[in-house]
Design a protein around this ligand. Structure first.
Ligand code: BG6
Length: 296
């Protein structure tokens, strides 16, 4: 069976290979495992909670309607870091395509975490579409403002935790020349380095990265992950390194900051504002590709 749904999760298997699969928890609609011919592509903490007691530490948590902690919006500022979507149980809407197998999940205020919805009382529908290819995983989000009277103001981000072999041998390409807000240094600057390499805690929001930039995670010269985006202009690169990993109870083993890097495409530098009835969508495509240096 290419799609198996239980009470708590959905497993999609590719018809060409029983070991190419994606597992999605209804909680947060979080894809927490993606394998290509048995090889895991996403990082998941050994201490991640998969029981809905907190957002999943790993996989692809969904960030909506606010990235980080907002301090100035009347309603968004009441929400916890990264918002409502990753703290809510989504509805499995079913399989929408046979091959590549594609499934959908939905969320709206009637289903979402009640406490958070009372703090941020807006009308919306989210539809997440997940397509599993032989060598790719596409996640597409559509947001509709279902209110007849009020605007809907939000951020969106796919908080993608990628599995890597060793952070010291890893670099991230094709982000040079863009403006960065560095959340560790609390500074804005243009990143002129040809590639991003990580030697300490790194938490950067690259802004308005042209859509034609293909972001690659390169391990000793070999591209191991390729990420393409539609309508997601900002890219967060995050690795917690030693001290921050220690401070996160659900980050285990503590040495695993060496085995992961988050590359998070989103729309977070500013807010998307939809008028009543309007729609917005964005997507992330994770795949395998040859090395493409677009800037050196
Ligand atoms: C990243 C942020 O997107 O998420 C970091 O840029 C943050 O600042 C990280 O630490 C993890 O956030 P959380 O809420 O899952 O611990």
């Amino acid at each position: 069976m290419p799609v198996e749904a239980t009470e708590t999760e959905v497993v999609v298997t590719h018809p060409s290979n029983g070991n190419t699969a994606v597992k999605i928890l209804n909680y947060g609609a979080t894809a927490y495992s993606w394998t290509i011919e048995g090889k895991e592509q996403l990082w998941l903490s050994a201490a991640a909670k998969l029981d809905g007691s907190k957002p999943v530490r790993g996989g692809i948590p969904l960030v909506f309607p606010v990235f980080g902690k907002n301090t100035d919006d009347e309603y968004l500022s009441k929400l916890p870091q990264h918002g409502v979507a990753r703290n809510s149980t989504w509805e499995f809407l079913g399989q929408v395509k046979e091959n590549p197998p594609t499934v959908q999940f939905g969320l709206g205020p009637e289903l979402a975490n009640e406490e958070l919805t009372s703090l941020w009382p807006f009308d919306y529908t989210l539809v997440l579409t997940i397509e599993l290819g032989k060598e790719h995983l596409k996640t597409d989000i559509e947001v509709v403002n279902t209110s007849t009277a009020e605007a809907l103001k939000f951020n969106w981000l796919f908080h993608t935790y990628l599995k890597i072999d060793d952070i010291e041998d890893t670099m991230v390409s094709n982000l040079a020349e863009f403006k960065v807000y560095d959340q560790v240094l609390k500074q804005t600057y243009i990143d002129n380095q040809p590639v991003v390499s990580v030697h300490e805690e790194l938490d950067r929001v690259y802004q308005k990265v042209s859509e034609n930039r293909v972001i690659q995670v390169v391990d000793k010269g070999e591209p191991i992950h390729t990420l393409k985006r539609k309508n997601l202009p900002d890219v967060v690169v995050w690795n917690p390194w030693v001290d921050k990993s220690k401070s996160m109870a659900d980050f285990e083993p503590k040495s695993d900051y060496e085995k992961m890097i988050c590359i998070e495409p989103g729309h977070v530098h500013d807010f998307i504002v939809l008028k009543p009835g309007e729609k917005w969508s964005g997507s992330q495509l994770l795949s395998k590709d040859s090395l493409k240096y677009q800037v050196v």
